[in-house]
Design a protein around this ligand. Structure first.
Ligand code: CA
Length: 234
């Protein structure tokens, strides 16, 4: 994963410089754009990922993201924002961002999100997994062939719906999934689940079964007002 090119679009130079230095230390090739105009003047296609501040002088981060997507460029975009606002998250995700970090954030957290997006976009996740038939995270082991789930070596009984939700999460680790996406995948067209709260109930049951502390989940994270993100820890 070395030498991936990352465009940092950030008008606050101290933040941009800190990100730049941190990414260089991790073997990335970052470049700084101090404004949206500056970012769009670059050859975006040569980058592997964009870190995009929302509040920028001139055209803002949302508009930069829109224009990048209009050019049919599918590189991952991670928004950086000072505001933890549900509307921001939803708007950001709807206009094509892949993830969203709220300032102040830890560099380690950002790094793990960057790596997750690069794995997803450039397809090395499968290669990194030791066996395609089993997946482990925390104290959980999932055997996909037998569709059995073990917690600390003990059988965990999941309902078929819970297993399908967990499988969907495992197929899409480290990504924000809306409740509608989960419904469409798990229930498909044949079911009409008009109440997205039923997803919340299944998620709660799933957490009770697989999380060490269901009240403070470490795998199934809630993205308020939108859905969930499954954090697949290494
Ligand atoms: Ca800013």
């Amino acid at each position: 994963m070395s030498h991936k090119r990352i465009l940092i679009v950030e008008d606050e130079y101290p933040i941009a410089k800190a990100l730049f230095d941190g990414l260089v230390d991790e073997g990335f090739e970052p470049e700084i754009a101090g404004s949206g105009e500056d970012a769009l003047s670059k050859d975006i296609a040569t980058f592997d990922l964009i870190l995009l501040d929302i509040r920028l002088p001139g055209i803002d981060g949302y508009e930069v993201c829109r224009r990048v997507r209009q050019k049919d460029l599918n590189l991952p975009v991670i928004f950086l924002s000072a505001r933890d606002d549900v509307m921001d998250r939803v708007v950001g995700l709807e206009i094509g961002a892949d993830d969203y970090m709220v300032k102040p954030f830890s560099f380690r957290e950002l790094l793990s999100r960057i790596k997750a997006q690069l794995r997803r976009a450039y397809g090395t996740l499968a290669a990194e997994q030791k066996s395609p038939d089993t997946v482990t995270f925390g104290t959980i082991l999932v055997d996909k062939r037998s569709m059995r789930v073990f917690k600390e070596g003990k059988d965990v009984y999941l309902t078929p719906i819970e297993y399908r939700i967990l499988s969907f999460f495992l197929e899409n680790p480290d990504q924000v999934l809306s409740r509608d996406q989960i419904i469409n995948h798990v229930w498909g067209e044949i079911w009409s689940v008009d109440d997205t709260r039923s997803v919340n109930v299944h998620i709660r049951h799933l957490r009770e079964k697989i999380e060490d502390d269901p009240a403070h989940p470490s795998s199934i994270m809630t993205i308020r007002g939108y859905g969930y993100r499954f954090d697949l820890k290494d």
